[in-house]
Ligand binder design. Structure first.
Ligand SMILES: [Zn+2]
Ligand SMILES: [Zn+2]
Length: 545
C-alpha cells in the first residue's frame, strides 16, 4: 500500500524455464490485471529436464491472455503446440519471419515428437506395457498456427489495455526480437525489457542488435556470460582451409549445421569464398536437409530484414545466399547419390550436433576417409556424436557400427548467433537507467555468476540469477520480493539410497559366484562380457565426477 492507502500495482514474473539453464525460455508476467507469457520454449537436455515439457498445467494455459514470442528457436517457442493443446486460446504475437520460420520448425518438431513416441511405443508393447503419447502432434502444430498474429519491428502495439509492447531487432536470427514492454498502473508506467537472445554484432546477413537505453527491469540472456568468441574472418579462412584440404584429395567436406541461420550463413561464406576464387568451380555445395532448404526460401522472402552489406550485394544483383555450384537435394535418393558420386564436394546437412538426420549418413560415408574433412560450426552439447568427435574420439558409433575417425576435424567457433561476454556488456552499457534491476536468464549457472559479477563491478546494477519456478514481485521504487520453490525446482536426490542399493546388488552377485562357476564355459564368457561392459561404464562415470 502506498501513502494514500491505495494499492500499489505490483507486477509478478514467474520463471518457467531458461532459469540457470539455456532452454525452456518462458516468463509468465502478471501486470495490471493481465496474465501473459514472454516465449514458450521447449525444455531440452536430460530426461529429468525434459519432464518439464509434460508439466504444462503449471503454466495454466487457459489463463494466459496472449503470448509474445521473441524468435523462432525451439527453446523459445517449441512448447507452443503443447500449450495450445492444453487450453491456451489467445493470440501469439511475433514478427512475420519468426512466424514463417515457426510454421516449418513446429511441424518438424511435431514430427520428431511423433516419431519418438512411435519408437517408444513399439519398444513398450514388446514389454507388454502401454503405448506412449507424443508431447504434441502435427495437428497440434497446425492448430497453433491459427493463433499467430504478425507484429512489426519498432511499431508499438497493445496486446491488452494498459500494456504496450515494441519488438526491436535482436540481431540473433532472422526476425528475432528484443521486447520493450510498458505496463501502466496508478498513473505511472513500469518498463520491462526482455532481451530474448542477443545477437553477435557483425553477423552475416542480419542487422546488429538494437541498443536499448532505458528500463526498470531487464531480463537478459547470459549464454556466453563467461567467454568471448573468435572472430568471423578467421573462421572463414578456416572454412577455406577445409575446402582446399579435401579438394586436393578429391574428398568431401561434411558440415553438420542447424537448419535456420547457420546454414544460410554458411551459404553466405561460400558465396564470399567463391567471389574470392577460394571455392573451386567444380566443387559442388549441397544443402542436404529439407528443413534447411525451406528455411533458405524464407530468408529469400525477407531480404528487407537483411543488414546494409547484404542489401548492397542484392542491389548489385548478387544474391549472397546462392552460388553457381549450389544444389538443394530433395529426395532420399538424391541425398544418397552425393556419396556414391566420386570427387570433391561440400555437404551441409542437419542436425547441427550430428545426433539425428541425414548428416549421420554423410558421416558414416566420410568420417573414416583420410582426405575428407568434417567441419563443426556450432556448439556441441555434451553426450552428442558431434561432441565426441570434437573431443578427439578415435571412432564413433553410427547405425550400430563403429566408424573410425580419420577425416580431418575442424572446429570453427566464430559463427555464434549469440553475443559473447564483452558484447553483452557493451549492449548493457547503452542503458541509462541508474536504478536498473537485472535478472540474468538463459545461461548455465557458472556462466551467469561470472557475468553477474562483471555487471555489478562495471555498472553497479543489482543483478539476480533466478531459479526455475521462482516468482518475483516487482514494485517500482521498492524492494523486489523473491519466492523460490527449491523442492519443486530441484528435488533432492537421495544418493545414499541409490549407492546402498547398488552395493547390495553387488553383494547379490557375489552370492551367486558358485552358481556362475557351475555354468558352461560359453555362458560364463557371456556373463563376463556383460560385467566388463558394466565395469567400463562405471569407470568412465567415476572419472567424470
Ligand atoms: Zn535463439
Ligand atoms: Zn535461446
Amino acid at each position: 500500500m502506498d501513502s494514500e492507502g491505495k494499492e500499489t500495482a505490483a507486477m509478478k514474473v514467474k520463471f518457467m524455464g531458461a532459469a540457470r539453464t539455456v532452454t525452456g525460455s518462458c516468463f509468465v508476467v502478471e501486470a495490471g490485471g493481465h496474465r501473459f507469457a514472454v516465449d514458450c520454449g521447449m525444455h531440452q537436455g536430460n530426461k529429468e529436464i525434459e519432464k518439464r515439457n509434460w508439466e504444462t498445467a503449471i503454466y495454466e494455459p487457459a489463463a494466459l491472455e496472449f503470448i509474445l514470442i521473441t524468435h523462432a528457436h525451439i527453446d523459445h517457442a517449441g512448447l507452443l503446440p503443447r500449450i495450445v493443446k492444453e487450453g491456451f486460446r489467445g493470440p501469439v504475437y511475433a514478427t512475420p519471419p519468426t512466424l514463417d520460420l515457426l510454421k516449418i520448425l513446429l511441424a518438424d518438431s511435431a514430427h520428431i515428437q511423433e516419431m519418438e513416441a512411435q519408437w517408444k511405443t513399439r519398444k513398450r508393447l514388446r514389454h507388454g506395457e502401454r503405448n506412449v503419447e507424443p508431447l504434441y502432434t502435427q495437428r497440434d502444430a497446425e492448430a497453433t498456427i491459427r493463433h499467430f498474429r504478425e507484429v512489426y519491428y519498432d511499431q508499438a502495439m497493445n496486446p491488452a489495455p494498459g500494456i504496450t509492447v515494441t519488438f526491436r531487432d535482436a540481431g540473433h536470427i532472422l526476425g528475432a526480437s528484443i521486447l520493450e514492454l510498458m505496463a501502466a498502473a496508478d498513473g505511472g508506467t513500469t518498463k520491462l525489457v526482455f532481451s530474448g537472445d542477443v545477437g553477435r554484432p557483425d553477423q552475416l546477413i542480419i542487422k546488429d542488435p538494437t541498443a536499448i537505453d532505458a528500463a526498470d527491469y531487464l531480463f537478459m540472456e547470459s549464454t556466453y556470460g563467461n567467454r568471448d568468441h573468435k572472430d568471423e574472418a578467421a573462421s572463414i579462412d578456416e572454412l577455406a582451409e577445409a575446402v582446399a584440404y579435401s579438394y586436393q584429395r578429391q574428398e568431401k567436406v561434411v558440415i553438420p549445421s542447424f537448419a535456420v541461420e547457420r546454414t544460410q550463413e554458411l551459404l553466405y561464406c561460400f558465396h564470399l569464398l567463391n567471389a574470392d576464387g577460394r571455392l573451386p568451380k567444380d566443387m559442388p555445395v549441397y544443402v542436404d536437409s529439407p528443413l534447411a532448404t525451406a528455411a533458405t526460401e524464407i530468408f529469400h522472402r525477407y531480404t528487407a530484414y537483411f543488414d546494409d552489406e547484404s542489401k548492397a550485394l542484392l542491389r548489385r544483383g548478387e544474391d549472397p545466399l546462392t552460388l553457381p555450384q549450389l544444389r538443394f537435394t530433395r529426395s532420399t535418393e538424391e541425398s544418397m547419390a552425393i556419396n556414391t558420386a566420386d570427387g570433391a564436394a561440400v555437404v551441409i546437412s542437419a542436425s547441427g550436433m550430428a545426433d539425428a538426420g541425414r548428416i549421420r549418413h554423410h558421416l558414416r560415408h566420410n568420417l573414416w576417409r583420410p582426405g575428407a574433412s568434417v567441419v563443426f560450426v556450432g556448439f556441441q552439447a555434451q553426450g552428442t556424436t558431434g561432441r565426441r568427435i570434437v573431443d578427439g574420439a578415435k571412432s564413433v558409433r553410427l547405425f550400430n557400427e563403429d566408424v573410425a575417425v580419420q577425416a580431418r576435424i575442424f572446429t570453427i567457433n566464430g559463427f555464434s548467433a549469440h553475443a559473447g561476454q564483452s558484447q553483452l556488456l557493451a549492449w548493457l552499457e547503452r542503458f541509462r537507467s541508474p536504478g536498473l534491476q537485472v535478472f540474468l536468464v538463459h545461461g548455465e549457472y557458472a556462466a551467469q555468476e561470472v557475468l553477474a559479477e562483471k555487471i555489478k563491478e562495471r555498472f553497479g546494477y543489482e543483478t539476480a540469477i533466478p531459479d526455475y519456478l521462482e516468482e518475483v514481485t516487482l514494485k517500482p521504487g521498492g524492494e523486489i520480493e523473491r519466492i523460490a520453490y527449491p523442492e519443486q525446482a530441484s528435488p533432492r536426490i537421495d544418493w545414499n539410497y541409490l549407492l546402498t542399493d547398488m552395493e547390495q546388488r553387488l553383494q547379490h552377485l557375489r552370492a551367486r559366484q558358485a552358481r556362475l562357476e557351475n555354468k558352461g564355459w560359453v555362458e560364463q564368457t557371456d556373463v563376463r562380457e556383460k560385467l566388463l561392459e558394466l565395469n567400463r561404464k562405471l569407470t568412465a562415470l567415476i572419472a567424470e565426477i
